[in-house]
Design a protein around this ligand. Structure first.
Ligand code: GLA
Length: 458
């Protein structure tokens, strides 16, 4: 069976104005022509927030907005990167000496993550140099996965420039791993949907082993993305990694309390698998074992029979070394309940009962409340925007992506869409403290888009 690799499309550039335009800029920048183009989409997560790194399935879909790269392999070992957005400065480096700066997560570092992922995977002694021109249409730091799309697109470009191929699933896993060079301990959702998305369908993404299953979304609704315009770059703060660490510590405490090897336990899903319990039963275990008061590192150490120093050295990431308070009960409760909501969402989509839309909307709303109150990854603007969306007809509204800023995704009955967009525009973007200039890409309805692919000029 042929490996399921990212598709390559042969195109007439005259019929692809975006590619043609990119080619022209490339020529004027590098004085040579691109040999191929690659695109990688952003995504919106419909439900299942902050649970991929705990081992649980999530339910995203790709969006139309993407990263597009025009590329030319070079015989000299240099990488020249340019971006059509003047905010993102040119960057050049030696291909044999890649350094990823975690302290300053500038745009080119995400490219280098994808590059290094391929370099390491194939153990490329002397990777091909490249000229690359990058264009992005995914709003940055908005929870729509612009950084992962850049990592994936860079991985794909590097793969091709070095004459290699890899199945989509392996590319997704490799890019998820290599994005961690930037310092965030992300799960694999973004890179997986980026490669495994198919036009017209959302996907249930499961991990270990990674697979993506078709999810038929109900008819008669639109999914609308609304940007709170609060920017959140998860590599520039420790919020995200703190949650990953809290989940890791919670899994160890739960394991220890039930006689499971806590040192070998890294994810909340590991505990469930070891105990062979349902998600509901895991929620009962959380109630029994963990307390709602925040834990100190000393208490965690005591419970595990180890020292705080060991915990900081062995378990906590570099950018969470100064965290002293851990809300293990709240985080574990969110994760197990959110994991159950994802499965319920998928079931309703499959069974399509008469009240499917109401039920799905209810799950999305519950997910937002859990992110807000238990996981504490929301912010006042996101909460306000979700309220406004519900007030103007959304059946369900929730923050999407890492949170602490970024976007809300709402499910809106199709016949209310136009009024919904006009009202939300008026209520959030034209008034209030934000006084935000409403650009088209801050509020839009989206359809499930296709995954990463390659274009060759015919
Ligand atoms: C970011 C990460 C994902 C996932 C989400 C939260 O997008 O890259 O792996 O954890 O946050 O659901």
């Amino acid at each position: 069976m042929a490996a399921d690799v990212p598709p390559t499309l042969s195109v007439q550039l005259l019929e692809e104005p975006r590619l043609l335009k990119l080619k022209k800029v490339f020529v004027s920048k590098f004085h040579s022509t691109p040999k191929f183009y690659a695109r990688a989409p952003g995504r919106v997560n419909l439900i299942g927030e902050h649970i991929d790194y705990c081992g649980y399935a999530v339910l995203p879909m790709a969006i139309q907005q993407d990263i597009l790269i025009a590329a030319e392999p070079l015989s000299t070992p240099v990488i020249h990167l340019a971006n059509t957005n003047p905010l993102y400065l040119d960057f050049s480096t030696n291909a044999n000496n890649i350094e990823i700066n975690q302290a300053k997560p500038l745009w080119h570092n995400y490219f280098l993550c994808g590059f290094k992922g391929i370099e390491d995977h194939f153990d490329l002694g002397s990777p091909s140099g490249m000229n690359c021109l990058v264009e992005g249409t995914i709003p940055a730091s908005s929870g729509l996965s612009s950084s992962s799309a850049l990592v994936c697109c860079a991985g794909l470009v590097t793969l091709l420039a070095n004459g290699k191929t890899l199945p989509k699933v392996e590319l997704a896993e490799l890019c998820a791993k290599s994005e961690r060079y930037i310092g965030t301990e992300g799960g694999g959702m973004d890179q997986s949907i980026c490669f495994l998305a198919e036009e017209g369908t959302a996907k249930l993404i499961e991990f270990s082993p990674l697979r993506a299953t078709y999810v038929r979304l109900p008819r008669g609704v639109a999914f609308v993305i609304a940007n709170s315009c609060v920017e959140m770059n998860k590599a520039a703060t420790s919020h995200y990694n703190t949650r990953v660490m809290e989940c890791r510590l919670a899994s160890k405490l739960l394991a220890k309390s039930r006689g499971v090897d806590w040192k070998a336990t890294a994810k909340l899903q590991d505990v469930q698998a070891a105990l062979k319990l349902s998600l509901e039963e895991m929620l009962a275990v959380v109630e029994e074992v963990l307390h709602p008061e925040p834990y100190s590192i000393e208490e965690i150490g005591e419970r595990l029979g180890t020292s705080p120093r060991e915990l900081y050295a062995q378990i906590l990431s570099q950018n969470t070394q100064d965290v002293t308070i851990f809300k293990l009960y709240q985080r574990a409760k969110h994760v197990y309940s959110e994991a159950a909501r994802v499965l319920e969402f998928k079931k309703i989509c499959t069974e399509a009962p008469a009240d499917a839309i109401q039920l799905l909307g209810g799950l999305m709303n519950q997910s937002h409340v859990s992110c807000r109150d238990l996981y504490e990854c929301s912010c006042p603007e996101l909460n306000q925007l979700a309220d406004i969306c519900r007030q103007f007809g959304a059946v369900g509204s929730r923050l999407t992506g890492a949170g602490w800023g970024g976007c809300i995704v709402s499910m809106v009955p199709a016949d209310k869409l136009e009024r919904f967009l006009a009202n939300v525009k008026e209520a959030y973007y034209k008034h209030g403290d934000q006084r935000l200039a409403l650009e088209e890409n801050n509020l839009f309805a989206t359809n499930p888009g296709g995954g990463a692919m390659v274009f060759l000029e015919a």
